[in-house]
Design a protein around this ligand. Structure first.
Ligand code: ATP
Length: 271
């Protein structure tokens, strides 16, 4: 499914307390594309994702999926957040079965089979009966991804899903996500603060301006797939990373009125 935002604006509060989180944001994401959004803290990334998820109605403009305006959350869109959001009183298997029941899979045997299939896809078959507290952060996030994919959405919306993971687990999760994406017909919209992660995963990286956020740059990532770890050390990768970073540095300087050298010193590859 494709995603289109046309001049979307989101205002929180009213009167003198009004805050425009996003203003005049326009973008199109084609079916089966993997697109990341990066930008300075508070620029409106999560707000934009919530609009696409149907959790938040735009104050201005239109957001649509396959040309149909988004009015509420739907089974066509799965969401994964940084904090896993699993039910702590249910096992990994039960977490998935619960969501399947809620989303209309009426036959218990079908829910069980689908949950097992999904746990197997993320390599967690042996942990089906464990509770979230018995799983590592990476495992919990794998269950959350399996759960979001279990009802077969066409769009996966991910808000810093790997932000809380250590570097090694994060790398493994990135590979897993790309593998799932390559084998499916999913359109992915992915928010991250990690520029290398955005470049490694994406077909395009969108950079937002400071708040009120809009899309400032749309950088195609024409690196070959499948992408392997070695790619990260290639000159082509470095050039793209630098290009994204330059846009973010410019926004950061604009926000803080810093001298260019000060701003440069504040950034490495993660913002
Ligand atoms: N419910 C709300 N009420 C008032 N202001 C809000 C609300 N939600 C978000 N905001 C404000 O809107 C702006 C954008 O927030 P948002 O969470 O979308 O930014 P972000 O780019 O995802 O930030 P971060 O990178 O720090 O997660 C921020 O200034 C935030 O304080």
């Amino acid at each position: 499914m494709s995603i289109t935002l046309e001049n979307v604006g989101v205002r929180f509060g009213g009167g003198t307390n009004a805050v425009w989180a996003v203003q005049d944001a326009s973008l199109t994401i084609e079916r089966n594309q993997f697109v990341s959004i990066v930008g300075t803290s508070g620029c409106g990334k999560s707000t934009l994702l919530s609009v696409v998820g149907g959790l938040l109605a735009p104050t201005e403009g239109t957001a649509s999926v396959d040309g149909v305006p988004i009015r509420k959350p739907g089974l066509d869109r799965g969401m994964v957040f940084q904090n896993y959001s699993l039910f702590p009183w249910l096992t990994a298997q039960q977490n998935i079965e619960f969501v399947l029941k809620e989303t209309g899979t009426t036959r218990a045997a079908e829910r069980t089979d689908r949950a097992r299939e999904m746990l197997s896809a993320v390599g967690l078959m042996d942990f089906a009966d464990k509770f979230p507290s018995e799983l590592s952060g990476g495992m919990r996030q794998r269950v959350a991804i399996a759960r979001s994919l279990s009802y077969r959405p066409s769009i996966l919306l991910m808000d810093e899903p790997f932000g809380a993971l250590d570097a090694l687990t994060r790398g493994l999760m990135q590979e897993l996500l790309v593998t799932i994406w390559e084998q499916s017909d999913l359109t992915v919209l992915f928010i991250t603060h990690d520029i290398a992660e955005a470049v490694f995963l994406s077909d395009r990286v969108l950079v937002m301006t400071n708040r009120p956020g809009r899309i400032k740059a749309d950088i195609p990532i024409d690196l070959p797939r499948p992408r392997t770890e070695g790619l990260i050390r290639s000159p082509e990768f470095g050039v793209l990373e630098e290009q994204v970073l330059d846009h973010i540095k410019a926004e950061s300087r604009a926000a803080e009125h810093l001298a260019p050298t000060d701003a440069r010193a504040r950034f490495s590859s993660v913002v």
